[in-house]
Design a protein around this ligand. Structure first.
Ligand code: ATP
Length: 345
């Protein structure tokens, strides 16, 4: 049951760089005056190491109870082993909408300026359903699942978001010329929702391969992107590359009653334990969480705290204080310190 207590949230440190970036973010939130009280639970290899399931029931129960979580990344073994904890959690908690804002940041120089995109990714269906079979030795198959319910609710979420926040346009990326049934259903449902409920929202569609080409040529022509699960996964990283990389793109997984906030990046085992990961993507995710708390609960100081943190990290970057992935020299903790120094500035 979601008790909707305004001040408690679950903290899941995760694997790899997860514990490093969550510790840094927790510290910034405390110094910013956040009233959140954390209830810590494990998932992923961290849970396995404690002799628990990879996604312990107590962890999902805690998110159900408190309604909200800030989550570090969990490692997913490649080509073998357990199925992704991130995917399991999104499905179990019906977190059907992944919301990923991709924005240019002050002091982070890339090929493009003034990028302001929002990716809305369907989070529970598609090839991510993980329905795979060996038909005969040497022949395997993976099933792409699309339901009218799933396609309709994600389209509704995207158009509603666009309308409520005064965004300019929604573009659906698809491959319905090849996947006529699944992507065809995705497009048909989106068109129906658009025509029946949001006719005033500017809406168009693009085949995904051409869309990726246009994206790297001129990202400024896009505003909000709507797509199914796997395309959303890939395009999120592509878009991260436009604004400075995976260290700067936050995310929210939203359901009807629960929400889990996590960065787009994974557990980055190549740099784990070195203290050099960029905590900014998770910090930005925590700002999304504070804004969500203010929108959905009577959590008085969370909007102000969010604004304070956002101003501080923008100023930190503008002052040239950056971690290694952005060309700087600060460690994870030094970057957090630099943000803390600017909280009241
Ligand atoms: P996983 O299997 O958990 O998805 P991965 O290494 O395949 O891990 P990511 O964690 O997304 O995928 O990392 C991709 C690359 O981006 C890696 O080289 C990683 O070091 C880098 N990276 C990801 N997140 C960060 C971060 N927060 N700070 C610095 N570098 C990062």
């Amino acid at each position: 049951m979601n008790t909707n207590s305004s001040k408690t949230a679950v903290l899941i440190p995760g694997d790899g760089i997860g514990p490093e970036v969550t510790a840094a973010v927790k510290r910034v939130l405390e110094k910013a005056g956040s009233e959140i009280q954390w209830v810590e639970h494990n998932a992923g290899i961290a849970a396995l190491d404690q002799g628990k399931d990879v996604l312990p029931q107590e962890t999902t129960d805690a998110v159900l109870e408190h309604g909200i979580a800030l989550k570090g990344p969990c490692t997913t073994p490649v080509g073998k082993g357990f199925s992704s904890v991130n995917v399991q959690m999104r499905k179990k908690l019906h977190l059907y909408a992944a919301v990923r804002p991709v924005r240019s940041l002050p002091g982070v120089k890339t090929r493009y300026e003034n990028i302001d995109l929002v990716i809305i990714r369907e989070n529970t269906e598609g090839l991510y359903s993980g329905v795979e079979n060996e038909i005969t030795p040497g022949t395997v198959m993976s099933m792409k699942v699309a339901t009218e319910k799933g396609c309709t609710r994600i389209a509704d979420y995207a158009f509603d978001y666009c309308q409520k926040r005064g965004r300019k346009k929604v573009t659906a990326f698809h491959k319905a010329n090849i996947m006529k049934l699944t992507d065809g259903m995705f497009l048909n449902c989106a068109q129906k929702v658009h025509d029946e409920k949001y006719p005033a929202v500017n809406y168009d569609t693009l085949i995904i391969d051409a869309a990726c080409m246009k994206m790297v040529q001129n990202p400024g022509q896009f505003d909000m992107l709507l797509m199914e699960n796997l395309y959303g996964d890939v395009v999120s990283d592509l878009c991260a590359g436009l604004v400075g990389g995976l260290g700067v793109v936050p995310g929210a997984n939203i359901g009807l009653e629960h929400a889990v906030f996590e960065a787009v990046h994974g557990s980055a085992p190549d740099i784990a334990g070195k203290g050099i990961a960029n905590p900014l993507a998770l910090l930005m995710s925590s700002v999304m969480m504070l804004n969500y708390l203010s929108d959905t609960r009577n959590c008085a100081n969370s909007k102000q705290t969010a604004q304070k943190i956002k101003h501080a990290y923008n100023q930190t970057l503008a002052d040239g204080c950056k971690t290694g992935d952005l060309g700087g020299e600060l460690s994870t903790e030094q970057f957090a310190d630099a943000v803390i120094d600017r909280l009241n500035g």
